[in-house]
Design a binder for this molecule. Structure first.
Ligand code: ADP
Ligand code: MG
Length: 414
């Protein structure tokens, strides 16, 4: 599926395939913790799987996750107007679904599109402790616990090697990696090798720059080439290490920052003037829990307010996109926060986007899981328009024109 269909003369940028697609939404349930102070009752949540033979366009046939609000806690909860809630998803990944299966269901279709030249985004959204990092990066204890990032890297290089070894294939791929952390509206480069020695305040900041086409560029963000899975995994490791440093008590905790792992892929066929550039964004968002009930103050409150703010801006963008789809508004407030600026293409733009809503099912956490699912329902209404990112390589165009001129000169000389 990953082999680009870059046959001569068939794919002009103006006729590139593009069709509006909605953002696919999945929910994933973290298994309840065995040793935990939180209470757990299996009858407070349920999953209705998607019916295998059902029509994918039939909303009623989609998978569902349901929650029953625990009575004794309802008074302190935001979502206690009703006794139970049910939400539809493209699929619900229950507690027994492995990392391997999550990759196959959630990530593989997006990664295949990126290999074909489309932009792709997978983002995890949910309260702290619900499994965002486990889903995107993975658990660190055992190999099968690897998450979407390492599995995607492995898959990308496997596919590229397959294409390169294809008989008479002359595709060239280039892969490079960036890893961005956004904390308190400031971007930091997780692949910055000088980072370890410095305090957060002293770290170089990644800056947003908008070009005349309103495209966003990130200045001061490393974009490092990788030619093998091992090289790419090593970059991931460097970034994760920098992220762990940022989790010490004097530094920001991971739950209050957003992390974006970006894989840029360029492909070209030998002798062709067209090149395709696509980007895969793998995003681990800040915890979605609301400040009012985290019961914290001082510096931490300021940080928490900031997360809230940037997720609040994300929500505003989602709402605006929905209103735009209904013809009720034109302007989308992407510029309000760094995260929405960076994810601009992923939300209502040129991108195939997938959301994983991570849910915890312990009694005390059900309320936030309901909010997470409610947010996902709004995300599901956004229409994106993914296009093949193909452009002419000016160097190759010039080389071809020179050859043509030489040929014509030779013909005239005869
Ligand atoms: P978040 O990033 O949303 O704050 P984490 O991904 O760190 O949450 O998950 C919290 C804890 O639960 C971690 O110890 C993680 O290993 C564990 N965990 C999360 N999801 C799963 C899962 N699907 N299966 C097993 N353990 C999980
Ligand atoms: Mg996390």
């Amino acid at each position: 599926a990953a082999i680009p269909s870059n046959e001569a003369g068939t794919s002009d940028p103006s006729t590139s395939s593009s069709a509006p697609t909605t953002i696919r939404i999945f929910s994933r349930i973290r298994p309840p913790k065995i040793r935990s102070k939180l209470s757990y009752n299996p009858d407070r949540h349920w999953v209705t799987p998607v019916q295998p033979a059902s029509d994918p366009n039939d909303a009623a046939a989609r998978a569902r996750i349901g929650f029953r609000v625990p009575r004794e806690q309802a008074a302190g909860m935001v979502n206690h107007q009703k006794e139970s809630y049910e939400f539809a998803f493209d699929r619900v990944l229950d507690t027994d679904v492995s990392q391997d299966e999550v990759f196959d269901v959630v990530a593989k279709p997006v990664v295949n599109s990126v290999l074909e030249g489309y932009n792709g985004t997978i983002f995890a959204y949910g309260q702290t402790g619900s499994g965002k990092t486990y889903t995107i990066s993975g658990g660190t204890a055992t190999y099968p616990e690897r998450g979407i990032i390492p599995r995607s890297l492995e898959y990308i290089f496997k596919e590229i090697t397959k294409v390169a070894n294809f008989p008479r294939s002359d595709f060239h791929f280039e892969v490079s990696i960036s890893y961005l952390e956004i904390y308190n509206e400031t971007g930091y480069d997780l692949l910055d090798s000088t980072r370890e020695a410095q305090r957060l305040e002293d770290l170089p900041k990644v800056a947003l720059q908008e070009d005349s086409d309103e495209r966003i560029h990130l200045r001061n963000l490393s974009c490092l080439p990788a030619t093998t899975t091992e090289e790419a995994l090593n970059l991931l490791f460097v970034g994760e290490t920098n992220r762990t440093i940022a989790e010490t008590p004097s530094n920001p905790a991971s739950s209050r920052s957003h992390c974006l792992f970006i894989v840029s892929i360029t492909s070209r066929k030998e002798g062709e003037t067209r090149i395709r550039r696509s980007k895969l964004h793998l995003v681990d968002l800040a915890g979605s829990e609301r400040v009012s009930r985290t019961g914290i103050d001082g510096l931490i409150l300021k940080e928490a307010k900031y997360i809230n703010l940037s997720l609040h801006y994300l929500e505003q963008v989602i709402v605006a996109l929905h209103e735009k789809a209904l013809g009720k508004r034109a302007h989308i407030p992407y510029r309000n926060s760094m995260m929405t600026s960076v994810l601009r293409d992923s939300l209502g733009g040129n991108c195939k986007t997938v959301m994983v809503a991570t849910c915890a099912v312990e009694d005390e956490l059900i309320d936030e899981s309901i909010s997470t699912c409610r947010f996902a329902q709004r995300v599901a209404l956004i229409a994106n328009n993914a296009m093949l990112n193909e452009e002419m390589d000016p160097q190759l165009v010039i080389a071809r024109l020179k050859r043509e001129v030489a040929r014509l000169r030779a013909e005239l000389a005869i």
